[in-house]
Design a protein around this ligand. Structure first.
Ligand SMILES: C[S@@+](CC[C@H](N)C(=O)[O-])C[C@H]1O[C@@H](n2cnc3c(N)ncnc32)[C@H](O)[C@@H]1O
Length: 153
């Protein structure tokens, strides 16, 4: 896995996403709200989310975190079958074709497919190489933080 110091970022990221979601009228700690973290890797942020009451599940091609945590081993290009089943998708430094071999069109299409209508995708530090996919609209861009926020129509 690409080297990446995540030790001090969890709290900051959590607060940033919480604020973005509240602004969009989403309470990710509400019972029944389902969150998916793409490229959850060592699952440290996934663990942080769950300890803070967020019902989050991870997806990674090579998960390395504790087996106690719910991580699905699969590619973002081919997520689970359930469509329109997730309220919030997150990813942190996952889209990167200079390091991984990825199909960004398929990845974005899968995000659009699994999100519920009105669902939110927060992309953080991502180098997404396609302009757009149907049903996923860029609603906020905070370039200084490398953040893009998409909404499913
Ligand atoms: C730089 S790491 C970031 C990990 C984690 N998001 C974090 O912030 O610590 C990128 C992760 O994305 C995963 N990954 C990259 N491309 C993927 C793909 N197409 N499908 C699933 N996982 C992928 C890698 O295995 C790795 O765990």
């Amino acid at each position: 896995m690409k080297e990446y110091n995540d030790s001090y970022l969890n709290e900051g990221n959590y607060r940033t996403y919480d604020e973005i979601l509240r602004t969009l009228g989403v309470d990710w700690k509400k019972p029944g709200v389902r969150v998916l973290e793409l490229g959850s890797g060592n699952a440290k942020f996934l663990d942080y989310l769950r300890k803070n009451g967020v019902n989050a599940v991870g997806v990674d091609i090579r998960p390395t975190g504790s087996v106690e945590l719910p991580q699905i081993t699969t590619r973002v290009e081919q997520l689970f079958n359930a469509t329109e089943s997730v309220d919030v998708v997150l990813s942190i430094q996952v889209f990167d074709n200079s390091f991984y071999q990825q199909n960004h069109l398929l990845m974005m299409q899968e995000i659009a497919r699994v999100l519920k209508p009105g669902g939110i995708y927060i992309a953080h530090g991502e180098q997404i190489e396609i302009a757009s996919v149907p049903h996923l609209t860029l609603v906020t861009e905070l370039s200084e933080f490398g953040l893009q926020v998409y909404k499913k129509s």
